[in-house]
Design a protein around this ligand. Structure first.
Ligand SMILES: Nc1ncnc2c1ncn2[C@@H]1O[C@H](COP(=O)(O)OP(=O)(O)OP(=O)(O)O)[C@@H](O)[C@H]1O
Ligand SMILES: [Mg+2]
Length: 513
């Protein structure tokens, strides 16, 4: 039973130091019965450290931990588990070649009871099935874990925790590897556990997710707890402000209106699209209808539209991946016929696709034809470097884009989302494009990294004189960054604005019709 206030765990005045950094500075945090308590903060804020202290992995330098009102001192995770606390994170891996039930057995309590006895598979299957189906999830216990989806693997870990009668489950960034459909699946399991009276800690750096599911949200920044919000206080503006320490309005604007570039009357566009229509190759792609667009040299031209408006189709058409049915693409006054990405590059156009995990990151370079573009090999790992020249070029770009990495030999997959995206932009820059098409460059990365990427994009246009065609579904991204904003809806351009005295409402109205 919880103590009177329903507090299952109280971590009080926790200080945790690592060499050179104080990861937690007097943090007090509690977990109540029947709640999902969000723990929000940017990279390095101290979120993982806090749950590791609660789980007995780290000993605090000072501070106390109480479980149901009684002080405890954990010498390791097994002590924490005995008190009903379980941590689920991406480092604790399930064994892919074993079945779901074997994993539940190995990770959970049954192992302890039965280690000297033979496993009764029928019993194990039944127990596992009962736990998983009670969560409203349908997974056959004899399935091998390697055949499961990412969310299901997480659910296997949670099920194992339930075999130990866990009352407190600490989830460290469970959603970061999940596609949106699976996030919902995991959320439904989390809600069920909450309704059963468990205390759940949910670590994330995605504000929207936290708002969707949490009853309370605690924000950490640089090891300091900035507050625990609940009720009406729990809104995006407040959370972003606490997380970043800046006013969200300032944060969205990476440039001032004074720097907006207005094309001169006599000026010729670098890229002009006239009455362009396409018939997509795949039925999931959106046909473009009579597109007209003028992109001027060194401007940041945003094409903003909801998901499915046809922005990526426009990008792909410009690099020859979608056939043009009618209309013209004109570059520097000359009509061009672009048949492939390599062709596009000859005209100075480089497209960075939206889905960097499957289309952008190595080794899947097919989209941009890596065989013919040898410069792309520079970034095959982060930098699989074999010559001094490659190293120098790579380091120069890393500096220009402010890529944060432990070493240039680090595998790109180990970098944060924001830095991965910068590596991809860097790779694009190696091809020396005049027009860089960026497709949703800040989707899925944490809010601080978004600012960084947007600043980098601004610098590319202003210092490097690269023309940017920014395809985005985020009106604030367009408003904070672009000179010109064209709005796309159902495969058509429905409005064009110069980004001066332009309101968010006007843009959103055009996007939604
Ligand atoms: N085992 C460790 N040894 C040394 N320093 C550490 C260790 N674990 C964490 N740190 C440092 O403590 C600080 C907090 O890190 P922590 O991993 O708790 O942050 P986080 O909020 O979980 O970040 P992320 O969103 O990147 O997971 C960071 O400066 C980190 O470098
Ligand atoms: Mg962490």
């Amino acid at each position: 039973m919880a103590n009177r206030n329903g507090v299952l765990v109280l971590a009080k005045d926790i200080v945790k130091k690592f060499p050179g950094v104080v990861a937690l500075k007097n943090v007090t945090f509690d977990i109540r019965k029947g709640e999902i308590h969000g723990l929000l903060g940017q990279n390095g804020a101290g979120k993982s450290t806090l749950v590791k202290v609660i789980y007995g992995i780290h000993k605090p330098d000072s501070g106390k931990i109480y479980v149901k009102g009684k002080e405890v001192r954990f010498n390791g995770p097994s002590d924490a588990r005995r008190h009903g606390i379980v941590l689920v994170n991406q480092e604790i891996t399930v064994v892919p070649n074993l079945t779901v039930m074997e994993n539940v057995f190995l990770l959970g309590k049954m192992w302890k009871e039965k280690v000297f006895r033979k496993i009764d598979y029928e019993e194990l299957r039944e127990k596992t099935y009962k736990i998983i189906s009670a969560l409203g999830i349908d997974i056959e216990p004899s399935t091998k874990v390697k055949d499961l989806r990412a969310a299901e693997k997480m659910i296997v870990q949670i099920s194992a925790a339930l075999t130990m009668d866990a009352e407190i489950i600490l989830l460290d960034e469970p959603t970061s590897p999940l596609p949106p459909e699976e996030v919902e699946k995991l959320f439904s399991v989390m809600r069920q556990l909450r309704d059963k009276g468990l205390g759940i800690v949910f670590i994330t750096h995605r504000v929207k997710e936290a708002l969707e599911i949490c009853d309370r949200i605690t924000v950490l920044r640089n090891g300091v707890k900035l507050g625990t919000l609940e009720g009406d206080d729990m809104n995006e503006n407040k959370l972003v402000q606490l997380m970043l320490g800046v006013n969200p309005n300032e944060f969205y604007k990476v440039r001032s209106e004074a720097t907006i570039r207005r094309p001169l009357l006599t000026e010729k566009p670098l890229l002009e699209i006239k009455n362009l229509s396409t018939t997509p190759l795949s039925s999931t792609d959106i046909p473009l209808k009579n597109i007209n667009l003028r992109v001027y040299p060194t401007e940041i031209h945003a094409v903003v539209g909801l998901v499915g408006a046809g922005k990526s189709e426009l990008g792909k058409t410009l690099i020859g991946l979608q056939p043009v049915t009618s209309g013209e693409i004109i570059i520097k006054g000359k009509k061009v016929n672009i048949k492939s990405p390599v062709d596009a590059l000859k005209y100075g156009i480089y497209y960075l696709p939206e889905d960097r995990k499957t289309e952008g990151l190595i080794p899947n370079l097919h989209v941009i034809g890596n065989k013919t573009i040898s410069s792309l090999k520079y970034f095959t790992k982060l930098l699989l470097i074999n010559s001094k020249k490659e190293y120098d070029v790579a380091m120069q770009l890393a500096k220009k884009l402010n890529i944060v990495m432990p070493s240039p030999y680090e595998k790109v997959i180990k970098l944060s989302g924001g830095n991965q995206q910068k590596v991809l932009i860097a790779r694009g820059l190696l091809a020396k494009p005049e027009i860089l098409i960026l497709d949703e460059p800040t989707v899925g990365i944490d809010i601080g990294a978004k600012v960084e990427i947007r600043k980098a994009i601004y610098e590319l246009a202003h210092k490097e004189k690269i023309t940017i065609l920014l395809l985005t579904s985020d009106p604030d991204e367009a408003l904070g960054l672009a000179d010109t904003i064209s709005v796309m809806r159902n495969g058509e351009i429905v409005a064009n604005f110069i980004n001066e005295n332009l309101s968010r409402e006007e843009v959103i109205k055009a996007m939604t019709g």
